[in-house]
Design a protein around this ligand. Sequence first.
Ligand code: CO8
Length: 255
Amino acid sequence: MSELLADKTGRVLTLTLNRPEARNALNNALLELLATKLEKAQSDVNIGAVVITGNERFFAAGADLKEMASRDMPATLNDPRPQLWARLERFSKPLLAAVNGYALGAGCELAMLCDITLAGDNARFGLPEITLGIMPGAGGTQRLIRSVGKALAFQMVLTGEAISAQKAQQAGLVAEVYPPALTLEYARTLAANIAGHAPLALQASKMALRQAQEVSLTQGLQQERQLFTLLAATDDRQEGIAAFLEKRPAAFKGR
Ligand code: CO8
């Protein structure tokens, strides 16, 4: 069976990490599968949003330590993983994570790369790299501090200790917490709701929100205004407003 399962229901693609014997550790082959699926989903007009999930006990236990063990400094310098992560980051449609159980190291980094993270109340988010004599290398320090702030980010990275779903929600890492058996179902429902909106407006919104974490307020406001103006040229903008005024559901076409 594939290490990455794919299911398309309506406009939502669900990608399930499936290496239970290795606690869904993200080896290069699995990252490659994930990147390839997201690239296909990017150009598929029938996919409006993607949910990444694991199983009820493990989202992902981090980078594959058996694969990493043999990598010295020159091998790490030429590691394909930064490129693989860059391919995941390029996905411009809404991306959700449905996390049950452990999201550790690169697993936590994958959840943080997603736009909305939903968690089961058994979820544990942590960056245990420090306990292995290394440090986070796929956005762990950068995304975590932007998401949860200085105090908790330093605590998590320097101790390597994981936090609960409830604490992650209080800190802003997680949007909603559910009973584990319902996490995926709620994530797919939310993704379906999102995927019903105008695709170009979704992508522009995602771009603007992401930019907010990178640029000054003045630059961010300029970019937001430019994207807002561009959307005025879309059929879906006319349709969305007309549908509201005519008291009917909008029929968006993605143009
Ligand atoms: N990599 C490879 N194999 C793993 C991993 C992993 N991360 N985690 C677990 N496994 C394997 C174990 O080796 C074991 O295999 P085997 O049966 O052959 O001995 C099997 O999964 C079961 O493991 P456990 O018995 O430990 O399972 P438990 O259910 O008792 O515990 C845990 C589950 C809590 C998840 C535990 O396995 C654990 O702590 N795992 C390691 C977590 C960790 O340290 N993750 C961080 C990895 S480092 C990282 O992610 C750096 C990212 C840098 C990215 C840079 C990109 C450019």
